[in-house]
Design a binder for this molecule. Structure first.
Ligand code: NIG
Ligand code: FE
Length: 385
């Protein structure tokens, strides 16, 4: 077997050096403990920059309806979908939500995700949005991963505001955002800008208020319909615009100019049976493309970044290198964490995975099984299969 030669030296959870094995061994000195990686490919720990994995109950019945042709937004319009998850999250205790979130994080870790973003957005009132964010904070203390928290009070119009959506927008702006900022429990604010959900005008108002309170904007943009979400994200200098299945070439150009990361969610296109986002057009326009699972009980109950990477390679035309960069360094940029994680460079955290294969291509090649042999977080073995 033609084994690649290479080694990584880490100390106290931080990468010291990466390079040819002989060189690294002599630099690390004979006292350093050596681990033989047996010719396995080593990749940076994966970064999942867009999830809704804090929820109370799955929605398998809706999935069955959708594969028979009922549209995702139709289910939301008749009071199901996200609103269904809101009912169960409002009833759930902090303990139950934490248990579910930690179970999800454990599966994600086994599949290589060493950094994960989690959104609120199933509370849709001040008390329950704060409850979700406190669960996400607790999960960050208990889980092996680094967790980034996003406030998504603007995920849907709750039933009680169906006839007065602007009053709900006011509640988000005047009550929720100040409290979230006060408690310091979220870094980002996000809005689901979509037909029948939040209009571009409402989305802009919410994100501008969030920015005034020190939250960094993100946007669920142009997922089902092109509402110019990508362009608005560029205007607001959002750190990322996510989904983008229906994004226009004009928005792509604006995003590239404003250096907004395009977070693509191929597992959602898979689950909604939609056409994948135009990743090649984005790359050609100079956009930084990232990948995420979007793990949520509705449009993508997927916790596996390798599955998203495989879809990106096989269905979206990304090369193995492009897909891997999208799932690591670019994903870290989408969370403003690229100084700390996302690549195997001296000074960054020793977050890395060993694959059941010689090259990262095995992630797409050996589809449907977990390609992770071992997952290390801050230099410690965190999961193995
Ligand atoms: O990113 N599109 C909006 N929000 C999620 C789905 C949430 C849900 O259906 O529970 C998404 O796809
Ligand atoms: Fe989402």
């Amino acid at each position: 077997m033609n084994r690649a030669q290479g080694a990584l030296w880490h100390h106290k959870g931080i990468i010291q050096a990466v390079g040819p094995t002989d060189e690294i061994l002599s630099r690390a000195g004979k006292d350093a403990k050596q681990i033989d990686c047996q010719g396995r490919a080593m990749i940076p720990g994966l970064v999942d920059p867009h999830t809704h994995m804090c929820f109370a109950q799955t929605r398998e019945n809706e999935f069955s309806e959708r594969i028979c042709g009922v549209p995702y937004l139709e289910i939301l319009k008749r009071g199901g979908g996200i609103l269904n998850s809101v009912d169960s999250v409002r009833r759930a205790s902090v303990q139950d939500l934490l248990k579910n979130t930690l179970e999800h994080l454990k599966i994600a870790l086994a599949h290589g995700s060493t950094t994960v973003e989690i959104k609120s957005g199933y509370g849709l009132d001040t008390e329950n949005e704060l409850k979700m964010l406190s669960v996400i904070e607790l999960a960050g203390q208990k889980a092996a991963q680094d967790i980034a928290a996003t406030f998504l009070g603007a995920h849907a119009i709750p039933r009680e505001y169906k006839e007065h959506p602007d009053q709900y927008v006011d509640l988000i702006i005047n009550e929720m955002i100040p409290k979230v900022a006060d408690q310091g429990i979220a870094s980002f604010a996000d809005v689901f800008c979509e037909k029948g959900v939040f209009t571009p005008e409402q989305s802009r108002r919410i994100l501008e208020a969030a920015m005034e309170h020190g939250l960094t904007p993100k946007l669920h943009a142009d997922e089902v319909n092109d509402l110019g979400g990508g362009a608005m994200a560029a205007d607001l200098k959002a750190v990322s615009a996510d989904h983008l299945l229906a994004v226009s070439p004009k928005s792509i150009a604006k995003m590239a100019q404003a250096q907004v990361v395009a977070v693509l969610l191929p597992a959602t296109a898979y689950s909604l049976k939609k056409t994948y986002a135009p990743a090649r057009k984005m790359l050609n326009a100079g956009l930084a493309v990232a990948l995420a699972t979007d793990c949520n009980p509705g449009s993508s109950y997927v916790l596996s970044m390798p599955f998203a990477i495989g879809l990106a390679i096989m269905q979206m035309g990304l090369s193995v290198e492009e897909a891997l960069t999208a799932a690591t360094l670019n994903a870290a940029h989408a969370l403003n964490l690229a100084r700390k994680v996302g690549s195997l460079e001296p000074g960054k955290q020793a977050d890395f995975c060993l694959l059941h294969g010689e090259t990262p291509a095995v992630i797409a090649y050996r589809a449907g099984v977990n390609p992770m042999a071992a997952v290390y977080k801050k230099g410690r073995l965190a999961a193995s299969t």
